[in-house]
Design a binder for this molecule. Structure first.
Ligand code: 3VV
Length: 469
């Protein structure tokens, strides 16, 4: 990459000197009698010309994109009329009493959080051994994943609310793993310190609060085991991160204007997303039923491409809504200083880069609590990556299969497939096409997964209703 950039810089420098020569040449030619107009020159589209300014063409692409999608949107309105009904979501929630178990489950999650808290307190005081602590933690975390899944499978609540519940439980699971690991590291450090008889401890009052240059961040230093209090754990549970720390960077105040802007974005985008799902996604998916069940290949591909566009728009909006607006609202309210929830994933030139940049909280958790520990234990990068993507694949399947009451492995395969996809891309696809591969896998991959689940869900339910009829 560095050499490519160097070549570009050299080319730009040589272009500037070439322009000087051309203007000198022009002056010379002006003096000649036949007023020559030709000179050695490359066509702009040739690589050798060094021409890179495609801004106008980019604008054209944008205009065509807007026009073609405006046409699609208009076609949709003409065909179906206005399908957006803001009250439908509320009715869905209120008319299905079976959704209330989801709320109860969310409240019950506190039991698992408190179980971890008391385990940590006992561990820090030496009341229970590390081995027993591990057993208690493993049992607690297993129950944390099994109990909500069992309740949902037994009661069959609304799948949408079940996804939210299981998503919250997944976040709590990841957070508690981080909480346990960090507290264990602190205990190990305390034991080492005791061993080398350096009993000098630094109390909160000694370190005090420190403020960095711009005065926007403050740090109140907490040492282990002073962190083992309810407020610290619940702050972490609410904070927009999956990685526990004893001393999170904190902002000094809540910026009201910033908070209001993000909050309005949150409201606007969530309404837009829900409206677009009703108006665009549901009719497209419904219309795909026949070709999907009959497995007409050409029609299925046509439906897939039709779904790809609205699905991708909604996904992009979801990204902004969740990673920018919502997480910033939470962070602002909690005065949480680290706002790096995403990096420039849209420029990713490899699949690996995409996973590093798209969901930073999950990536940091995966890297800190699974990938790096495995590497430290002597596993190579490929094995460590497979382990991370395996866990990620498990959670994706957990979040889809249980609410839909349907055990397929599409989400699992899609996530685990990222490892071979990354390998194939690095080995066979030229670097300059990397970004296109990333975009294509996002644009086409998601509707394939939606159709796979929809097909199976429809076939399964049609079969069940036929059997009962
Ligand atoms: C509800 C929100 C969300 C859905 C996204 C899922 C992934 C990405 P690398 P290298 P230095 C895992 C659990 C997931 C659960 C899923 C949860 C669902 C959440 C539910 C939330 C609702 C909606 C929408 C999503 O977004 S789901 N994301 O699954 C997983 N993959 C990765 O994170 C990475 O690809 C990973 C960790 C596998 C590899 O990361 O950066 O490509 O690896 O080798 O470059 O280095 C990593 C670190 O290791 C060190 C390096 O120096 C580096 O450290 O710079 O980060 O500090 N390292 C490497 N080799 C080393 C060596 N030999 N010795 C020491 N250190 C080494």
């Amino acid at each position: 990459m560095a050499t490519k950039q160097g070549t570009r810089l050299r080319r730009a420098a040589s272009m500037t000197s070439a322009q000087d020569i051309v203007s000198e040449e022009k002056k010379e030619r002006f003096k000649q009698a036949d007023k020559p107009i030709h000179r050695h020159a490359d066509s702009l589209f040739s690589t050798d010309s060094g021409f890179t300014n495609y801004r106008g063409l980019l604008n054209l692409c944008l205009i065509l994109l807007v026009l073609s999608n405006a046409r699609l949107f208009l076609e949709n309105i003409i065909k179906y009329g206005i399908l957006i009904d803001p009250l439908a979501y509320l009715q869905l929630f209120l008319s299905q009493p079976a959704s209330w178990p989801n709320l109860c489950l969310l409240l019950v999650s506190n039991v698992f959080i408190l179980a971890s808290f008391y385990t940590e307190c006992f561990l820090s005081k030496g009341i229970i051994s590390e081995k027993l602590g591990l057993v208690v933690y493993t049992t607690n975390l297993t129950l944390l994943l099994v109990i909500p899944a069992a309740v949902i499978l037994y009661i069959h609540p609304n799948p949408v609310f079940s996804v939210v519940t299981l998503g919250t439980y997944t976040l709590i699971f990841l957070k508690l793993v981080s909480y346990a690991s960090v507290n264990k590291w602190c205990r190990q450090q305390r034991a080492e310190k005791k061993k080398i008889k350096r009993t000098k401890s630094v109390s909160i009052s000694e370190k005090g609060a420190s403020t960095v240059a711009n005065g926007r961040e403050e740090t109140i230093w907490v040492n282990y085991p002073d962190n083992l209090i309810y407020s610290d754990l619940y702050y972490f549970m609410g904070a927009p991160t999956l990685c526990y720390e004893l001393n999170f960077p904190r902002s000094q105040r809540i910026r009201k204007r910033f908070l209001l802007k993000r909050f309005l974005e949150m409201l606007f985008l969530s309404s837009l997303i829900m409206g677009l799902i009703q108006q665009w996604i549901i009719p497209t998916v419904r219309n795909s039923m026949k070709p999907l069940v009959e497995m007409e290949f050409g029609r299925v591909v046509e439906r897939l491409l039709k779904l790809a566009i609205p699905n991708h728009f909604i996904w992009l909006m979801f990204f902004y809504w969740f990673f920018h607006s919502t997480l910033n609202v939470i962070a602002e309210l909690l005065r949480f200083g680290d706002r790096e929830f995403y990096k420039d994933w849209w420029n990713s030139e490899t699949v690996n880069q995409f996973w590093q940049n798209w969901n930073v909280p999950v990536h940091r958790w995966a890297s800190r609590h699974l990938y790096k520990p495995l590497i430290r234990r002597g596993y190579n990068k490929l094995h460590a990556s497979v382990a991370v993507f395996f866990l990620s694949a498990f959670f994706h399947e957990y979040l889809v299969s249980i609410p839909l009451q349907m055990f397929r492995v599409w989400a699992f395969t899609a996530m685990l497939g990222q490892v071979p996809l990354a390998l194939i891309q690095t080995k066979y696809i030229p670097w300059k096409y990397g970004n296109i591969v990333v975009w294509l896998s996002l644009i086409v991959g998601q509707p394939i997964a939606i159709f796979a689940y929809f097909h199976d869900y429809y076939v399964m339910h049609a079969f069940t209703s036929n059997a009962t009829a």
